[in-house]
Design a protein around this ligand. Structure first.
Ligand code: HEM
Length: 93
């Protein structure tokens, strides 16, 4: 349950542990809040793909989103590079 395919192509669940190279180790609290509220990768890039329910997390108040981030940053870092998402075939299916 870590790879999902659909009309968006193939997405892979992010490494949410605080590993600096392959996880959220270099993220700031602001990046996390902005990513969850805007649905943009790292708070500023490409759209975050399904089935990541960022819009559900966005319903939480800022204190709760900050608590989620603090919890994730408290986990032991795991080095696990997740593949980049794959675009769907040209012209769709
Ligand atoms: C409180 C619950 C959750 C939190 C805090 C969370 C957090 C995150 C974060 C921070 C990212 C990286 C976003 C980025 O690229 O900027 C992410 C990506 C992702 N999450 Fe979640 N997530 C949650 C629940 C879920 C659930 C329930 C699913 C699947 C059913 C899921 C699937 C994914 C997928 C597929 C990605 C990669 C999306 C992409 O590459 O664009 N997440 N998540």
């Amino acid at each position: 349950m870590t790879a999902f395919s659909g009309p968006w192509g193939v997405s892979f669940t992010a490494n949410l542990t605080p590993d600096p190279e392959t996880g959220l180790g270099k993220w700031t609290e602001d990046m996390f809040i902005t990513a969850m509220k805007t649905g943009r990768h790292e708070g500023k890039g490409r759209p975050i793909l399904p089935p990541m329910p960022y819009f559900v997390v966005a319903e939480l108040n800022d204190d709760d989103i900050k608590s989620l981030f603090a919890y994730l940053q408290s986990l032991p870092p795991v080095k696990n590079r997740v593949p980049q998402p794959v675009d769907p075939p040209e012209g769709g299916r």
